[in-house]
Design a protein around this ligand. Structure first.
Ligand SMILES: [Zn+2]
Ligand SMILES: [Zn+2]
Length: 169
């Protein structure tokens, strides 16, 4: 087999992301001029390393054919220590507060909602279960609340979770 035209992964640059999860620069070493100390979009402080283990946040991918391949989605968890990044927790918390505000869920349903969103963030054997639970709970809150929660969590849930929960999107 001829491998000469295959894509070879050269490596990852480091990403700079604000505490709310906006990617401000996905290649701080190769494109330092795009770095921002504070996010242009929301004013939050930006970070380039995991607050838990100090590993650099994985950013744009470099390969031999395309050069820089943009980082499209903010990573939810640190690839080094597995802990959720600050924006993941902030997003889950915002969704939980909306659901409490809605008033239609009891305490155990709010707990299930929190667990189910955490299960939707990365693909795992729990993704299907998390999606089923999330859909069930969303059926109990008001339509407006469900829409608002969707707008918030869509930035952190995995692509396959999205397909299960919102197949028509
Ligand atoms: Zn921001
Ligand atoms: Zn880490």
């Amino acid at each position: 087999m001829n491998w000469t035209d295959s894509h070879d992964l050269i490596g990852f640059d480091t990403a700079q992301i604000c505490l709310y999860g906006h990617i401000t620069n996905d290649a701080i070493h190769n494109m330092p001029k795009f770095s921002e100390k504070y996010c242009k979009r929301c004013g939050e402080k930006t970070i380039t390393t995991c607050p838990n283990c100090n590993e650099e946040i994985r950013g744009a991918l470099f390969d031999n054919l395309d050069g820089i391949v943009q980082l499209r989605k903010t990573p939810a968890y640190c690839q080094n220590c597995g802990k959720p990044f600050p924006w993941t927790e902030t997003t889950i918390q915002a969704a939980i507060e909306l659901s409490v505000e809605d008033g239609n869920l009891n305490e155990s349903e709010v707990v299930i909602l929190r667990e189910s969103i955490a299960d939707l963030v990365s693909d795992s054997p729990r993704t299907q279960l998390g999606a089923a639970r999330f859909k069930r709970i969303m059926g109990k809150v008001g339509v407006e609340t469900a829409k608002a929660i969707r707008d918030i969590v869509v930035s952190i849930v995995s692509e396959s979770a999205k397909t299960i929960i919102w197949p028509d999107k």
